[in-house]
Structure formats: structure tokens, C-alpha cells
Design a binder for this molecule. Structure first.
Ligand code: ADP
Length: 239
């Protein structure tokens, strides 16, 4: 057992933060929170607090990065030094580079990049407070920011993780579970097409456990999708 590891993760059917195994933390999203961005979103998801800002389509710098047949999508995921318990060293690192890349790959399939050749669409994700699952919160907030910027999209991209702690499959790990659990499975989907645009796994699961966790994560994504749509309706109205 590692230092700080809880003896049990599930006691009388409840997790250490009081949730049931298949229960998600509360998710709140507000669209359009930054005046100077073309589109933005603020998201609170359990102990996570995240801002996403979207700029573009705009001129590409450096120019040679421009593509003649489509817009390029660029994502930067950044964790604030004060977002975690031990101060995080400011600036990019391997982890944030990786998350920036998978975020771009998760969002690119829904954006009609072909409509804006020679331009860039830039997305900045700032993690102000982290409590596990930040890549899912970033993708979720970023797709609302893209929509808020008026970028033509096929759909939103909701994301949610499931995992394994104390031998049980659970939805939406919080930090203790993420740090000491056995597996973490972040998933992002494109609900209208049923496609999966992010699937990663940290840790080990049997095939049966994977199937159960994947199904649970998909259910989580559907719930997040509703919150994303609600945020846009609150700002723009409509059904
Ligand atoms: P995700 O945030 O998507 O779960 P990881 O699987 O890399 O990404 O888990 C990182 C989690 O660990 C963060 O969400 C945060 O709660 C916690 N953490 C604590 N300190 C740090 C740190 N210095 N750098 C990165 N993550 C940290």
C-alpha cells in the first residue's frame, strides 16, 4: 500500500466522497464568459474548475503552418501552478503536451475545418483547479467554447471517465481514486454519429471490466452532453 492510500474505496456501497459507484460528480457549464475570446466556456465538475477559450478562424502564424484546403485546429491544455496540491511547475510538460494532442484529436472530427482554408482555430484550456479527469473536463469545455465562437460543428464532444477502484468499476474518478485506483478510462464521444473520439486507459482491466467501464463512461458522456446543450441554450435560447 502506498502512503496516503485509503484502506477501502467503497464502504457500504458508497465511495469515499459519498457517491454510488455509477454516480457522476455535478457538472456545471456556462458559455460565453470571456469578453475578448471569440467563444468561451467555464466549467465546474466536482472539484475541477476549467476555462476554455476559442479564437478564430483567424490568420495562421507562422504562415507555413496554414493548409490550403482546411483550417488547422490547435489546442493548448495548461494546468495552473495553483491548480493542484503541490504547486505545479509552470509551463508545458510531457503530460500537458500529450493532453493537448489528444484534445485536438478528439475535437477535430466535429469541426467543419474544410470551410475555413488557410486559417487557424485556436483553443486554450486552462485548468484552474484540478481534481482528476481534467482531460475530460477540458474536451467538454472546449467543445462548448467552439460552439460559442460560432464555429460550424457536426456535434458537441462530451467526455467522461470511468475506472476501477478497490476492485469495483466506478464512474468519474475523483483525485483519491485517480491516484490510488487500479484503472482510469477517459472516453469522449460524438453522440450524433456514435463515434468515439477519445479512448485512453491508464492501469489494467480485464476484458469484462473494460466493457463494463466503457459502457459506464458512455452513460457519463450522455449526461455531460445534456449539460453542454443546456449551457448553450441558456445563452442562445432554442431547443
Ligand atoms: P486527468 O486530469 O485527465 O485525470 P491524469 O490521469 O494525468 O489526468 O491525472 C492527473 C490528476 O492528478 C489531476 O487531475 C490532478 O487531480 C492530480 N495532480 C496532482 N498534482 C498534479 C501535478 N503536479 N500534475 C498533474 N496532475 C496532478
Amino acid at each position: 500500500m502506498k502512503v496516503g492510500e485509503p484502506e477501502k474505496f467503497i464502504i457500504n456501497g458508497k465511495r469515499l466522497d459519498g457517491r454510488k459507484p455509477d454516480e457522476m460528480r455535478d457538472v456545471k457549464i456556462k458559455a460565453g464568459v470571456l469578453k475578448r475570446a471569440d467563444g468561451s466556456a467555464y466549467l465546474e465538475w466536482g472539484g475541477n474548475k476549467v476555462i476554455a477559450a476559442c479564437y478564430g478562424p483567424r490568420e495562421v502564424h507562422p504562415r507555413h503552418k496554414a493548409r490550403s484546403h482546411k483550417a488547422i485546429l490547435r489546442c493548448i491544455y495548461n494546468m495552473a501552478p495553483f491548480s493542484v496540491n503541490d504547486r505545479k511547475r509552470p509551463g508545458p510538460d510531457r503530460r500537458s503536451n500529450e493532453i493537448s494532442k489528444v484534445t485536438r484529436e478528439a475535437l477535430e472530427p466535429v469541426v467543419f475545418t474544410n470551410l475555413f482554408p488557410m486559417t487557424a482555430i485556436d483553443i486554450f484550456i486552462e485548468i484552474l483547479q484540478a481534481n482528476a479527469g481534467t482531460r475530460c473536463t477540458g474536451i467538454t469545455a472546449a467543445s462548448v467554447a467552439l460552439a460559442d465562437a460560432g464555429i460550424p460543428m457536426r456535434d458537441l464532444v462530451p467526455a467522461c471517465a470511468a475506472g476501477k477502484v478497490g476492485g469495483e468499476i466506478v464512474l468519474d474518478l475523483f483525485d483519491l481514486e485517480d491516484n490510488y485506483g487500479e484503472a482510469d478510462l477517459p472516453v469522449a464521444i460524438i453522440p450524433k454519429s456514435g463515434e468515439v473520439s477519445l479512448l485512453q486507459m491508464d492501469g489494467n482491466l480485464t476484458e469484462a471490466e473494460f466493457k463494463k467501464a466503457f459502457k459506464l463512461a458512455l452513460q457519463g458522456c450522455e449526461k455531460v452532453y445534456e449539460v453542454q446543450k443546456k449551457a448553450l441554450k441558456e445563452k442562445y435560447g432554442g431547443n
